[in-house]
Design a protein around this ligand. Structure first.
Ligand code: HPA
Ligand code: ZN
Length: 337
């Protein structure tokens, strides 16, 4: 490893854009399929990996929802999340804010409680055994109806103490944030924070709606903001973090190749950009791999890497005190020769 690679591997990081269902590696998919006696269309790990050729967001989502069908029992959700934490820990992720898609499971007859209890138990173990802290973000699937999102929030409320925020994911174009105004309003009244995927494939207008209507504290992806200079000014002035996912953006052809990614421009525009892995089992890398791929293609400096790592804690939902502790860790790390 050269010195910048070592620097990237070791710097303390927070991950703010990570779909737990997107961490399902093919090996675990097969193990769970066997345990739960679920037949799979693709017959081997190699065949599954070969099928991961996407040309846009929808072509990925189709295969991602298919894979999630092996998750049935509480222990499956535990195993899924624990596998993520072990990998993240090795890449010096110190804190993770994790998305889960309850509707992907409740639509198949899995109880909300089964899903969240397994995730929560893994989060407790990550804190006690790996010293990795985490928070949970409940995402509504935007291709489903607003009424389904309202029902999902109702199912979630008994478990509110385990949930930090609500989010919005799945097929973006044709499903603007405004479709979910009511459920986000209810979530806010319940004291939950808000984030939303916007400006991945959808236009800058969707980012405006996420800010103005859903009152999001962070924008997931948001890379298309650079098409609107007023929007960039607003995001910079209000220090709204963007959870950028470089490898995902290349796999789903948001940018043709990494050299064309706008991450460096986002930093130069003084935006609080962060680097994240999105769905690492599907996009070919966990968070440090994303840092590294972006650094190489865009020639990011050591200072820019440190800024991205700092932004990940600045943009998190940690308390001021916790955030400071992690930022101090970064300062000590950067001061080392
Ligand atoms: N975008 C939208 N929905 C998703 C994504 C994404 O990147 N990953 C998992 N669900
Ligand atoms: Zn995502």
């Amino acid at each position: 490893m050269n010195s910048l690679e070592t620097f990237i591997a070791g710097i303390p990081k927070a991950e703010l854009h990570l779909h737990i269902e997107g961490t399902l590696e093919p090996e675990l998919m097969f193990a769970l399929a066997q345990r739960n006696r679920i037949p799979l269309r693709l017959k081997s790990v190699e065949e599954v990996r070969r099928a991961y050729q996407f040309h846009n967001l929808q072509s990925f989502l189709d295969i991602y929802y298919e894979g999630a069908a092996v998750l049935i029992q509480e222990q499956d959700f535990y195993d899924l999340a624990w596998a993520y934490f072990e990998r993240a820990y090795k890449q010096n992720v110190r804190h993770a804010e994790i998305f889960f898609d309850p509707q992907t499971h409740t639509e198949r007859g899995i109880a909300f409680e089964t899903v969240i209890a397994g995730l929560q138990r893994a989060m407790e173990d990550a804190a006690s055994k790996l010293n990795v802290s985490s928070k949970l973000i409940l995402c509504f699937l935007r291709h489903l109806s607003a009424e389904s999102a309202v029902r999902t929030l109702e199912e979630a409320l008994p478990f509110k103490k385990w949930i930090t925020a609500v989010g919005l994911d799945s097929s973006e174009v044709g499903h603007p944030p405004s479709k979910f105004a009511r459920v986000f309003e209810s979530a806010r009244q319940e004291g939950l924070l808000a984030v939303a995927h916007a400006g991945e494939e959808g236009p800058p207008d969707y980012i405006w709606e996420a800010l103005d209507i859903l009152k999001v504290k962070r924008v997931d992806h948001g890379v298309r903001c650079l098409e609107d200079s007023r929007l960039v000014q607003r995001l910079a002035r209000e220090k709204i973090p963007l959870t950028v996912c470089p490898l995902s953006n290349i796999k789903l052809r948001v940018f043709e190749k990494m050299e064309h990614h706008n991450l460096k421009m986002l930093l130069e525009a003084e935006l609080t950009a962060t680097v994240n892995s999105d769905d690492p089992a599907y996009f070919g890398g966990y968070v440090a791999d994303n840092f590294l791929a972006a650094q190489k293609a865009l020639d990011l400096s050591r200072d820019q890497i440190a800024t991205l790592a700092r932004n990940s804690f600045e943009g998190s939902f940690l308390s001021g005190e916790e955030r400071k502790r992690y930022l101090d860790e970064i300062s000590r790390y950067c001061a080392k020769p």
